[in-house]
Design a protein around this ligand. Sequence first.
Ligand SMILES: [Zn+2]
Length: 131
Amino acid sequence: MARQVPYVGYLSLGDEPHLVANECGSCGALFFDRRNACANCGGSRFGTRRLAGDGVLRAFTIVHRATPDVRVPYVSGIVDLDGGGVVKANIVGVDPEPGLLSLGMKVTLTTFAVGTDAEGTEAVGFGYRPA
Ligand SMILES: [Zn+2]
């Protein structure tokens, strides 16, 4: 099997891919990037938290314009994860038709190859598909 690297640092690969957030030790706010202080409470202690793979679609848009190397249309969504955490990601595994998507629909994390370098190392991205 080719070597794989996650496309973003907060995607953990392996048998059960999942997202990992930085969690404020004071108020529990979640962030995908590294913070010196919490944007919610100003706290400076952080731990990590594994986020659920399942969630619901809070909002979406169907994108019809992009740079020439990006295939359109595609669905860009905001997903509320079960147990906490909000993530922006593409919605995949469904045709980009408004009638096939609905607010509150259940979705689940999925991963896919986004590119391979000259040595065969595969970059892996993530999105959400209908559950
Ligand atoms: Zn906080």
